[in-house]
Design a protein around this ligand. Structure first.
Ligand code: ZN
Length: 103
C-alpha cells in the first residue's frame, strides 16, 4: 500500500514542476536561480526504493546520493539529483535511458 501512495504522490508532483525542486540541492549548489524559482516547498527527497534507476541518467550520479526529483518514463520511475537533470533527460529520454542503469 505504501508504494501505491508513493507513486501517486510522485505523479501528483509532476503536475507541479517546482514541487521536487529544493532551494539548495545535496551538492550545495544553489538551484533556485537557475530557472523556476517559485519554490515554496522545503527540501524534499525520495526513497531510492521508489525509483527504477541506479544512476541519474543525465549526470551519472548514483541515486543513493540523493533524489530531488523524479520522472515517469514508460513503465519506470526515474530519480534525478535535481530538476535540471530531469529536464535535460526529458529532452531526449531515449538517448539517455541507457545511462540510468535500470534495476
Ligand atoms: Zn543529476
Amino acid at each position: 500500500m505504501k508504494k501505491i501512495i508513493g507513486s501517486t504522490l510522485i505523479g501528483a508532483c509532476l503536475l507541479f514542476e517546482a514541487c521536487g525542486n529544493p532551494t539548495t540541492d545535496a551538492m550545495g549548489n544553489d538551484t533556485a536561480t537557475a530557472s523556476m524559482a517559485m519554490d515554496t516547498m522545503s527540501t524534499k527527497t525520495y526513497e531510492v526504493s521508489l525509483v527504477n534507476n541506479k544512476k541519474d541518467p543525465t549526470c551519472g550520479m548514483p541515486v543513493t546520493a540523493g533524489i530531488s526529483d523524479t520522472a515517469h518514463y514508460e513503465k519506470y520511475v526515474l530519480g534525478f539529483c535535481s530538476k535540471e537533470c530531469k529536464d535535460e533527460f526529458l529532452k531526449n529520454p531515449k538517448a539517455a535511458i541507457a545511462a540510468a542503469e535500470l534495476k
